[in-house]
Design a protein around this ligand. Structure first.
Ligand code: CMP
Length: 142
């Protein structure tokens, strides 16, 4: 399997509950290296730009309000097959449908407040990483 990078956002609900450290520990236990990490309070325009693909969805306004209500923690993750492996560890979008032991089952509340975001393809991972991090901010793997 090829080594890949993907983007993880620990969302406001999980940061508010002080579970960001637990999420990062779970990811490290699952074999991911954290190449970059920051805590930031997303401005509205940044959240709207990040989720622009969902602009026409009925939940877009709710999603942006949620993502901007308090700080998030954003990480660049690396391991073999990172995009698919992170989606597995993250669990289904709706925490009620997520498998036991996944991040969303453990820390998510509902489909809106679901603890974490993850890139859904390698192309999107590259774009999402570049949206939040300059290449100089992403440490080399080892
Ligand atoms: P995320 O992986 O961050 O990508 C888009 C987000 O939209 C998704 O996680 C959910 O949190 C959110 N979302 C999807 N469906 C709904 C919905 N029906 N109501 C509110 N938010 C939703």
């Amino acid at each position: 399997m090829a080594t890949e990078r993907t983007l993880c956002i620990i969302k406001p609900d999980a940061v508010e509950k002080n579970t960001a450290g637990a999420v990062l520990a779970l990811l490290e236990s699952a074999g991911f290296s954290i190449l970059a990490l920051k805590r930031t309070h997303l401005p509205q325009a940044v959240a709207e730009g990040f989720y622009a693909v969902h602009k026409a969805r009925p939940f877009f306004g709710e999603l942006v309000t949620f993502m901007t209500r308090s700080p998030v923690v954003i990480a660049v993750l690396e391991r073999d097959d990172a995009v698919a492996q992170y989606r597995k560890v993250m669990g289904a979008t709706d925490p009620a449908k997520a498998d036991a032991g996944t991040i969303r089952k453990l820390y998510g509340a509902n489909v809106g407040e679901n603890a974490v975001h993850g890139s859904d393809s390698l192309d999107n991972a590259k774009n999402e990483i570049a949206y939040f991090f300059a290449s100089s901010e992403v440490a080399p793997s080892a």
